[in-house]
Ligand binder design. Structure first.
Ligand SMILES: [Mn+2]
Length: 381
């Protein structure tokens, strides 16, 4: 069964009785290429073979295995790179199941978490019974669900690597036809090369091995060309509104007990955004978003290549409340050293509660910045 058929079977599935269980494979709420591909590949593999007892039990008691794109349908247009990747497989975004399209009559769900390791409250609240049965992730371990099996949390470049590694070592690839393997390869290689700049940055041996495994399934593969096309699609945000820019690759930490934090990670430079919207216009966009999401702190990170193909990072932090201001006060001294921040005072130009820096530590992405911000806000490590 092709991926197209696999997805359309789930799409047309609407006749289940109340009480029937779903097995939902979901990525994190940024719903980036890695998150979605990891969930789709994992679900597709599971439809053929469940390598652990916990997964077997879950698959056999679930009505459907649903790979979930963890955003609402209206946000899909904010992910042009996903649209591009789907098109290379003859799919379009209608094939995808978004979080507002989950069958509403289901009361219980098992979850496989990929690309994050703590079930989002919104999904948990949707079902009267929600169990996490397996985790495959490359973020900091939040220490939940000790009985998940597998519970693989390793800091590789791309979570999709862990999916490919786990299922290929379980002999899963052999269960697919050559045509199906080709689709698996196209799907799997894409997020790994996007997340590791075509295996030149942050790629561990396991990432390289996964790409080698997948390339072996493709008759011909020009990874460089694939990478360039995916990145061009990902950077194609010129038509985006300010609000869209804030939520394209966005993560949020909100908890009644602690200040709420939002971080957007952009592949276009902050300078580009400030030039396009003007500094005050852009900051207004940040403020509006912080207000809309009820944030104490909003951060906007960028990473981009300049005309000479040199890699850069910048960081913007905005404190929306007094509570947020004290989070930033704690964050600042550590962040300045750890992330080698060089102030962009000429950009902020005396603005209140807004900080902008060039970030000289080029290895620190949101995976490093978010934990320090969370720690500064008092969240448990
Ligand atoms: Mn990821």
């Amino acid at each position: 069964m092709s991926i197209l058929k696999f997805l359309s079977n789930i799409k047309t599935y609407s006749s289940q009785k109340v009480g029937q269980k779903l097995l939902i494979v979901t990525g994190n709420e940024s719903a980036d290429l890695d998150s979605y591909t990891a969930s789709l590949l994992c679900a597709y593999f599971l439809s053929r073979h469940a390598p652990s007892q916990r997964l077997q039990e879950s698959v056999s008691t679930s009505e459907k295995i649903v790979p979930l794109l963890n955003i609402a349908r209206e946000e899909v247009s904010l992910r042009p790179e996903l649209k591009y990747l789907l098109s290379t497989l003859g799919l379009n975004s209608d094939s995808v199941i978004c979080k507002d399209e989950l069958p509403s009559v289901s009361t219980s769900a098992d979850f496989v978490l990929v690309d994050h390791n703590k079930l989002l409250p919104e999904l948990e609240d949707r079902f009267s019974t929600a169990r996490v049965v397996a985790i495959l992730d490359h973020h900091a371990d939040e220490g939940m669900y000790p009985k998940a099996d597998p519970r693989i949390i390793e800091p590789v470049g791309s979570c999709t690597t862990l999916i490919v590694d786990y299922f290929s070592k379980s002999g899963c690839l052999d269960l697919f036809s050559a045509a199906e393997q080709r689709e698996i390869a196209l799907l799997g290689i894409s997020p790994i090369i996007v997340d590791t700049a075509n295996l030149t940055s942050k790629a561990l041996e396991k990432d390289k091995e996964a790409v080698r495994t997948l390339i072996g399934l493709l008759p011909a593969c020009d990874c460089e060309d694939m990478f360039n096309k995916l990145m061009a699609a990902k950077r194609d945000v010129d038509s985006f509104s300010l609000r869209d820019l804030m939520r394209k690759d966005y993560k949020e930490w909100a908890d009644d007990q602690y200040p709420s934090l939002g971080i957007e990670s952009s592949v276009k430079s902050l300078a580009w955004a400030l030039n396009k919207f003007t500094v005050s216009g852009f900051i207004e966009g940040v403020q509006m978003w912080a207000k809309e999401r009820n944030l104490d702190v909003m951060a906007y990170m960028d990473s981009y290549l300049d005309d000479e193909h040199k890699f850069h990072r910048d960081l913007l932090v905005y404190a929306n409340t007094d509570r947020g201001k004290s989070v930033v006060d704690k964050f600042l001294p550590k962040a300045e050293t750890e992330f080698e921040l060089v102030s962009r005072e000429s950009w902020t130009n005396g603005m209140q509660n807004v900080w902008m820096w060039e970030q000289r530590n080029l290895t620190a992405s949101r995976k490093q910045v978010a934990p320090l911000l969370r720690l500064s806000a008092g969240y448990p490590a």
